[in-house]
Design a protein around this ligand. Structure first.
Ligand code: UD1
Ligand code: UDP
Length: 376
């Protein structure tokens, strides 16, 4: 019995990583016609993930432009997704998270009166400008969605407070743990991209890209990294630099050519996930890393003032440290110089999932499509 057509829409690296296991599960259901649309809000960073998980999109809007702005991504996605909706007439649109693709694709579906399923729903800081514009993208998507897949109980409670009905929320765990468990393995062999790294030293893994950190905040973070390299001769900093030119220019100007500082291209997810597993300490403003690192038992210093992922902060394996040069330096120094402090944070916990989130999500989608047929 044909259950219906599901259109999965995404545009950036993290969405692709976190939807890959969902697409895999959906494709196992023969009675569902799964169609994949990428907006390509990211290009190279998205393609890396598509290749790894062998996802061949049915549609590619190829939207990315150098130094694109939020208005142009929004209108590009809205109009591009509209055309595919008109042609494919799906029964459900699946989106993920908090990007501009997520919000604009949900709006396009709403205008066509097509229900939306939101994966990774209910994360909140309640600060409109942090993360910017992701906090508002995610909240607006909740207003538009029909099915809400919340990773944790905290996320579910946030949605309930916003008057989203209990019967439309499912606590599933985060699909990033599904992706991580399919990717990290012991004795992983790294390729030439990391050939200059001395793995006998302690590895600090760094990523930065958030818009609210652009400018002097990012400079302060990079100054703190230089301070740490000066003080600790047994560390190497590995920094896969986001493709965004705003980030690249500052990183290269301040950190390029320094000894034991590896400014490298964004890594494919497979070496990146395995590198996290080999790291001593992670410094990041990323959302996804805050979810992945706790499962691997790696302490994380979050280079932000707010987080929509409080679970691991409460458990004590992730710490919000902001972007002040002195603070970032002191917090990292504390973990590098003090073994007791380090081991308090370096514990493996799993607040974000058990690796089975995608199969839970697909079960709900199957029930939803059955109920829809019954109602027609
Ligand atoms: C976007 C999302 C953010 C998500 C992040 C994950 C928005 C507003 N932001 O932010 O929510 O957390 O992705 O990484 O939706 N670029 C390339 N190649 C790539 C990717 C980016 O060259 O593969 C460059 C382009 O010059 C592009 C710029 O980076 O214009 C910015 O990309 P954009 O998607 O606007 O912003 P992100 O900071 O990546
Ligand atoms: N990641 C990757 N290669 C890299 C850096 C990050 O594959 O060089 C992965 C990382 O494991 C995580 C995701 O990309 O799953 C996070 O992406 P990003 O930090 O760009 O976005 P955010 O999580 O903040 O939305």
């Amino acid at each position: 019995m044909h259950l219906g057509k599901v259109l999965v829409v995404f545009g950036t690296r993290p969405e692709a990583i976190k939807l890959a296991p969902v697409i895999k599960e959906l494709k196992k259901v023969e009675d569902i016609d799964t169609v994949v649309l990428v907006t390509a809000q990211h290009r190279e960073m998205l393609d890396q993930v598509l290749q790894l998980f062998k996802i061949e999109p049915d549609y590619d809007l190829d939207l990315m432009r150098d130094k694109q702005d939020l208005h142009s991504i929004t209108t590009g996605v809205l109009n591009g997704v509209r055309e595919v909706l008109e042609k494919e007439k799906p029964d459900l649109v699946v989106v993920h998270g908090d990007t501009t693709t997520t919000f604009a694709a949900s709006l396009a579906a709403f205008y066509e009166r097509i229900p939306v399923a939101h994966v990774e729903a209910g994360l909140r800081t309640y600060n409109k400008y942090s993360p910017f514009p992701e906090e508002v993208n995610r909240s607006l998507t909740a207003r538009l969605a029909e099915l809400h897949f919340a990773p944790t109980d905290i996320n579910r409670d946030n949605l309930l407070r916003e008057s989203i009905g209990d019967i439309r929320i499912w606590v599933t765990g985060n699909t990033v743990i599904d992706a991580l468990m399919q990717t990290v393995r012991p004795n992983f062999k790294f390729g030439s991209e990391l050939s200059s790294v001395n793995f006998n030293r302690r590895l600090l893994l760094v990523t930065t890209h958030r818009r609210e950190n652009w400018g002097s905040r990012m400079e302060q973070i990079y100054q703190a990294l230089l301070d740490l390299l000066d003080e600790f001769e047994d560390i190497e900093v590995i920094f896969p630099v986001h493709k965004n030119p705003v980030v690249r220019e500052v990183a290269e100007a301040m950190l390029g050519g320094r000894e034991r500082m590896h400014l490298i291209e964004p890594l494919d997810y497979e070496p990146f996930a395995n590198l996290m597993n080999m790291s001593y300490l992670i410094l990041t403003d990323s959302g996804g890393l805050q979810e992945e690192a706790p499962s691997l038992g790696k302490p994380v210093l979050v280079l932000r003032d707010t987080t929509e992922r409080p679970e691991a902060v409460k458990a004590g394996t992730v710490k919000l440290v902001g972007t002040n040069r002195d603070r970032v330096y002191r917090e990292a120094r504390n973990l590098l110089a003090n073994q007791l402090e380090y081991h308090k944070m370096a514990r493996s916990i799993n607040p974000y999932g058990d690796g089975k989130a995608s199969s839970r999500i697909v079960r709900v989608i199957v029930d939803f499509l059955y109920a829809r047929i019954g109602a027609q």
